[in-house]
Design a protein. Structure first.
Length: 214
């Protein structure tokens, strides 16, 4: 058709993007590109699909929050080395929670290590309805955190890392007060220690040998 032919079309009138290259593969256009192993199954096969489904269930079961990321510089013989630490809280929102501190030379790796350690450190928090069964003070180094039961509808009266631990544990109503050092790591660890020291009504009665009213 000479010069009247559209620049985007070849002699046959087809789009240039839809042509074939010398290797027989699609050059682009709207079709699906075909790789060298187009006739075989996806890499990993059914085993990888099952593994991905398992990871999806784990992601649905647990939630996590990164409370703090710190950059730490260390001086070595060969020079200055930069590392990162990530404080991570993991919980299922139904009474189980854990805290982990991960360290690595990149932020994603530090977060991943923190998540793994938090999952390994998970424990069950005794609860009474939407709050904790009794008042307790958690201690870690120079930080203290007061945890007090609250009536339904109060909400989580806490901030920062303390709030993250309580919410991921599934506690809906609680009063808190931070005492001493307000370093995020110390406050989170103090909150964890306080929750670990909680006891149910039955456990307290069994330890004391008497009936109590909570």
């Amino acid at each position: 058709m000479g010069r009247g032919t559209s620049r985007g079309q070849g002699p046959s009138g087809s789009s240039r993007g839809g042509g074939m290259d010398s290797r027989g593969g699609a050059r682009g256009g709207g079709g699906t590109s075909v790789g060298r192993d187009s006739g075989g199954p996806p890499r990993g096969g059914r085993g990888r699909a099952r593994d991905n489904r398992g990871r999806g269930r784990e992601r649905d079961e647990f939630q996590d929050r990164v409370v703090e990321i710190r950059r730490v510089a260390t001086v070595k013989k060969g020079g200055r080395r930069l590392n990162f630490s990530a404080l991570v809280v993991v919980g299922d929102g139904n009474g189980r929670v854990g805290v982990g501190l991960g360290k690595a030379n990149t932020v994603p790796a530090a977060i991943a290590k923190g998540q793994d350690r938090a999952k390994a450190n998970m424990f069950q928090v005794p609860m009474r309805n939407t709050t904790i069964p009794h008042e307790v003070i958690g201690k870690y180094l120079s930080s203290d955190v007061l945890l007090k039961p609250a009536s339904e509808g109060t909400g989580v009266i806490a901030g920062g890392g303390v709030r993250a631990v309580l919410e991921l544990a599934g506690i809906k109503d609680i009063l808190t007060k931070a005492l001493g050092s307000t370093t995020p790591v110390n406050l989170v660890k103090a909150t964890e220690q306080g929750l670990r020291s909680l006891r149910t009504k039955d456990q307290i009665e069994a330890a004391r040998g008497v009936k109590i009213a909570l």
